[in-house]
Write a protein that binds this ligand. Sequence first.
Ligand SMILES: [Mn+2]
Length: 353
Amino acid sequence: MNRIEKIQKQLTKNNVDAILITKNENRRYTTGFTGSAGMVLISQKGVTFITDFRYGEQAQAEVKNAKIVIHDGNIEKEVASEIERHGIQNLAVEANAMTLNTFSALKEYTNAQLVPLENIVEKVREIKDQSELETMRTAARIADTAFDNILNVIKPGITEREVRNELEVYMRKQGASSSSFNIIVASGQRAALPHGVASEKVIEHGDMVTLDFGAMYNGYCSDITRTIAVGNCSDEFHDIYHIVLEALKRGTEGIRAGENAKKIDDLTRDYITEKGYGDRFGHSTGHGLGLEVHEPLRLSDKSKEVLQAGMVVTVEPGIYIPGWGGCRIEDDIVVTENGYEIITHSPKKLLIL
Ligand SMILES: [Mn+2]
């Protein structure tokens, strides 16, 4: 089954005639269109891509599986006439992506019933095909080379933002279109902030530094975290580092098709809890990765999902102690029939620069 057929199956399952796609990543996934405007209407009869004149030529070049409609004026009006042409009565719209403005405008022009649904396309996107996996391996490799490079850059006296800038520029030079998210560089006590984006803080001798970053390559994201020590490393950091590393190892080794996503969270969390830091690991163990840096799949204690071959997840346990600092280590991992493939290859032994 191709992507469109899988989505059409979801439409039947959800009792709707069609879906209107407004989310950027889903537009790209279903049509190959890499521009930033346009909507995709998928019914059982076929695919229609509606965009404006700025993207006419690009759409002709990129979109091979859909009828292309160029609207002038109001896109909702054009979508409404396509809805009518296809005889659509129940139309799924993306509750997590469609704006209220678009929703109201569409309601004005069509008599079809609009059904807000979530994660129809995201569900299909969970399982990556071979070409997606190849792209993601490249995105991971770019992040790895940037990590290798940054080890020569980080030294006492440099600011977190300078480190961020070097990571960003280096990844782009290696072929990334951008970072896959706002780069985290959290040093010293700031390492206690799980999402401490780079600040003006100067990195000092004796700091631990958490680097969490990734490359966007051909639309796909990598997402890697390493924590290093600068100058020297306290006994406490040494101990905490190896607890986090062992938790990562245990979580990773639990991954295989058929395993519950929750089990991976149990494996990392139980170990960290056993070592006395359970209350310092306040986030889930990992998340789905692909066109978006956070896809709906979660490796958490609330997760109900079962891992399947072709899913790509992060495993990223951490320990955070306010007033002291923290440590997180994260890899990107492909679920396979019999196990897993780690696609981020940066060293995980404790590095003291
Ligand atoms: Mn992550």
